[in-house]
Design a protein around this ligand. Sequence first.
Ligand SMILES: [Zn+2]
Length: 143
Amino acid sequence: MQIQGSCHCGNISFGLMWEPEPTEIPARACNCSFCTKHGGVWTSSPTATLAVTVREPALVSKYSFGTSTAVFHICSRCGIVPVVTSEIDNLLYAVVSVNAFNNVPPSLLRRSAADFESENLKSRLARRKRGWIADVRFTAGGA
Ligand SMILES: [Zn+2]
């Protein structure tokens, strides 16, 4: 499935090739202090391929907190957070926001609550390496 997503104004957009074809897409409502405030609901598949396009990189605010191992890519024009990345052992992993999807039927989403607050750093990074999108490309200045 080729999933398209973007922030509201289109400055940050992504194409997510989800293979094999999903029968359902996990949608994890994160309860960390940041995601609670903006309603972050994330998904990923270790076998998916993610291509992120940023039209105006100057209009992307990158935010980290806590362990500072995850980077929230916030469109500073419209305030949407379509993607989070984490660099682990020099490889870039990502999750995307199901709220930023443009072409996915809501019935495909399997919503659940996620609680990662009790993880230590080592288990957190290991979980990301297992479950986050491992094939991530960023293109800046694209039309
Ligand atoms: Zn935007």
